[in-house]
Design a protein around this ligand. Structure first.
Ligand SMILES: [Zn+2]
Length: 270
């Protein structure tokens, strides 16, 4: 019985070691989740300090570098600035990158220029915009007033082009489709639509996120973007413990033949 137990333990150790060996994250592609959200109870700095510490511990445990995407949408520049500066300090202290995710299209007016220079990068998606009747859509929300699919796509592509022309570094959740349109991804994302957004990202030096949570963009899009000279990042857009699970993104990057030179990485040394 003792021998049996010992050999079982041995087999378990071998299995575990092999598991680590075949870990898809063991690669020279950047082990970075540059789209991590934190779940705050309010915005108090004391609480944020604790959350940053916990997140840094998770980052170490996973062996994946985290970029924290903060969203401040106050109308008051002073309040936004002070929140950004607080988070910059926390990010530095905890060996994390600090990003600003901008969802208001007038975001350049709600932070001061000097403060914007202090964040490691700026990230934006294109998931909030008006439909043809002027009603604001949050396209991930069920029953958003999307309208007819082709018309929706025309507006969506136009809105993406607007976002991609802003001074941002990462295009997050690229090619995301609302749940009701997901099964039509291949049909709705025509080559022409893909090409126009890829060209815009390259022209403005915006990296394209390969998103593990939504499993987007598809291989066709990534290969087309790589051939055109685009750069990429890995992200989860995760609020909570799933942060850093970039397995899908890494596998996709490998499948599409990406190398570490195809990636945007923040310049600050952690
Ligand atoms: Zn996000």
């Amino acid at each position: 019985m003792k021998i049996l137990l010992k050999s079982s333990a041995f087999i378990l150790v071998v299995l575990l070691l092999n598991g680590y060996k075949s870990d898809p994250q063991k690669t020279d592609l950047p082990n970075m989740d540059l789209h991590v959200h934190l779940n705050f109870e309010g915005q108090s700095l004391a609480n944020a300090a604790m959350v940053y510490e916990k997140t840094a511990a998770l980052s170490k445990e996973r062996g994946v570098i985290f970029g924290i995407a903060e969203e401040f949408v106050n109308d008051n520049i002073k309040i936004n600035d002070s929140l950004v500066l607080d988070r910059c300090t926390l990010a530095k202290k905890n060996s994390l990158y600090l990003a600003l995710q901008v969802s208001r299209r007038d975001w350049l007016n709600i932070f001061s220029k000097d403060v914007l220079k202090k964040v490691d990068y700026i990230l934006a998606d294109a998931m909030i915009f008006p439909n043809k009747d002027g009603r604001m859509m949050r396209i991930w929300v069920p029953n958003a007033p999307l309208g007819e699919p082709q018309e929706f796509m025309e507006l969506y592509v136009a809105h993406n082009l607007k976002v991609l022309a802003e001074p941002i570094n990462i295009w997050a959740n690229p090619t995301y489709l609302p749940d009701v349109l997901k099964t039509r991804y291949d049909e709705l994302w025509t080559d022409a639509r893909m090409k126009s957004l890829i060209d815009a990202a390259i022209k403005n030096n915006v990296a394209i996120e390969i998103n593990s949570t939504f499993k987007i963009p598809n291989a066709k899009f990534i290969k087309m973007a790589k051939a055109a000279g685009a750069r990429f990042t890995f992200g989860t857009n995760t609020h909570g413990p799933g942060a850093g699970d970039i397995t899908w993104s890494i596998n996709m990057a490998k499948e599409c033949g990406l190398t570490k030179d195809d990636f945007f990485t923040p310049t600050r040394k952690l």
